[in-house]
Design a protein around this ligand. Structure first.
Ligand code: GLU
Ligand code: ZN
Length: 505
């Protein structure tokens, strides 16, 4: 049996990162088992439908390297209004993979369930249903359909009048969900609602569509979020009614924030697009998500795993039963590790768009500028947790800086006069120095420290603030060398003017 798994997003906005973690599990399992990973768009909830989210979802998957083997084809995507359909359409033998294109099929199955005595037509008015609900609430009864139309004589509700089709859930007995992660979860049938399967507008509900599609698309393992488990007994009843094989269920626990509450916007980024824009590397986020609720071994200390290694070691049966905690600081740490592991050329290519988005570098990046940027990369590589950190860290390379305040310029143990003296002498030696290579600059400035009998951090501190405007910067000598003689001397002079005024006052 070939393993076939799916990701079945509803296009109602950007997928939540917790959902994407579940996609990572699906993908890893498919790749490990030599199976197929299928993308299906569940767009039957027309009130929440946002077609723009389809390409966003696909772009997010692609960015993370979660390629799908079957999914909406070119024409399906075009009909869904996806502009760049050529980029994403793959198709496959079990399509269409967009649910709104499968309405006929859902109706057919719903009718089959009616014929087999497993479903029935219901023409209760919304007002009646609302009355029933109100009464149930008032009496503190479970809120569910009162089965009013369940035992009407055949033909009492005509197929031609507006009606819904409901599942005829047995009134006794139990339905058991065998779940890979949770074990057996038992539901009393008496507590299961006679779920609407087909709505009066001809659209299926999620429950009908998901069962039909998972069957038609030969899905073998349903790996999805925890909160779908109460729906699963309804699905199992349908599989049984239709005589279809029941797939293996695997309900994955939620992702929580560090306060133990479901991960939400107030915790930080929650969509793939946000993580990308905040400067996370896809390979780092992928590694991080794979370890969110799963670990390759008991007490395993290693946390950095390449894609191939994760595929090899992934084990669906070892997914945690407890909810996973999303630690942004751990992700930052991991991202930093990945950034440090990049080649300088690779990092340069990833930083250029970040600088461009910040308006520091023109698009396209001119060649001579690229050469300068290439020299900046080794200075910042060790210091970045996110790619976007580079903006703050390097802004002073691209634009003029405001002369820093005297307070910022003065270093511990130096007054304004002494700080001014440092700057004057630094300007002198840097005017004299033969060339502005990192080595030469370092040589003369270290000489200056010695000559003045001060500490490294005092002398270098004043010069750093004067030339970068910041207390923390990339390594000083490399920075000065890239800034170049002219700009360095001008910035020193501007800072001298600031200190000159305050040393007199
Ligand atoms: N369309 C459902 C969702 O938005 C899919 C649930 C499932 O995987 O069965 O999450
Ligand atoms: Zn009814």
């Amino acid at each position: 049996m070939t393993v076939r798994v799916r990701f079945a997003p509803s296009p109602t906005g950007e997928p939540h990162i917790g959902n994407v973690r579940t996609v990572v599990f699906n993908w890893l399992f498919a790749r490990k088992m030599g199976g197929r990973f299928i993308l299906r768009i569940e767009d039957t909830d027309r009130t929440r439908y946002q077609p723009e989210s389809i390409p966003i979802i696909m772009e997010g998957l692609r960015w993370l390297g979660l390629d799908w083997d079957e999914g909406p084809g070119l024409e399906e995507l075009r009909r869904s209004g996806v502009e760049n359909a050529e980029a994403y359409g793959v198709g496959g033998p079990h399509g269409p993979y967009v649910q709104s294109e499968r309405l006929e099929r859902y109706r057919e199955v719903a009718e089959e369930l009616v014929e087999r005595g497993w479903a029935y037509r219901c023409n209760c008015s919304p007002e009646r249903l609302e009355r029933v609900r109100r009464m149930q609430r008032a009496r503190k009864l479970p809120v569910m359909y009162d089965r009013h139309c369940r035992d009407l004589p055949p033909g009492a509700v005509s197929p031609d009048e507006p009606h819904v089709i409901r599942l005829k859930v047995p009134l006794t007995g139990q339905t058991v969900v065998h779940d890979v992660i949770k074990g057996d979860v038992v539901y009393d049938n008496a507590g299961i609602d006679d779920q609407v399967l087909l709505k009066s507008d001809g659209f299926p509900t999620y429950h009908l569509a998901v069962v039909v599609d998972d069957h038609d698309m030969r899905i073998t393992h349903i790996i999805r979020a925890d909160h779908w488990i109460p729906s699963t007994p309804k699905h199992i009843l349908m599989y049984e009614a239709l005589g279809w094989d029941i797939p293996t269920y695997c309900h994955v626990p939620l992702v929580l924030g560090e306060d133990g509450k479901p991960l939400a916007k107030r915790h930080g980024a929650t969509s793939v697009t946000q993580f990308r824009d905040q400067g996370y590397l896809p390979e780092a986020l992928f590694n991080f998500l794979a370890l969110l609720g799963w670990a390759p071994g008991e007490g395993e200390e290693q946390e950095i795993f390449g894609r191939e290694e994760l595929i090899e070691r992934f084990d669906l049966f070892r997914v945690n039963r407890a909810p996973a905690t999303f630690s942004y600081s751990k992700l930052d740490w991991m991202n930093g590790v990945y950034i440090r592991g990049l080649s300088q050329d690779d990092l340069l290519e990833r930083l250029i768009p970040v600088w461009q988005r910040a308006g520091l570098v023109p698009d396209p990046c001119p060649e001579d500028m690229r050469a300068t940027l290439r020299r900046v990369v080794p200075l910042v590589q060790e210091r970045l947790k996110r790619l976007t950190d580079v903006v703050d860290l390097t802004e002073f390379f691209f634009s003029e800086i405001e002369p820093p305040s005297a307070v910022l310029l003065m270093q511990k143990g130096l007054d304004a006069g002494q700080s001014l003296e440092v700057l004057r002498r630094a300007r002198y030696v840097l005017t004299q120095v033969e060339d502005f290579s990192e080595e030469r600059v370092e040589g003369v400035l270290r000489g200056l420290v010695e000559e003045m009998g001060l500490k490294n951090r005092q002398v270098f501190g004043v010069i750093r603030v004067a030339t970068t405007g910041k207390k923390v910067s990339p390594p000083l000598f490399g920075t000065l060398s890239i800034l170049g003689r002219q700009r360095v001397l001008a910035r020193l002079e501007a800072a001298e003017a600031v200190l000159g005024v305050s040393s007199k006052s």
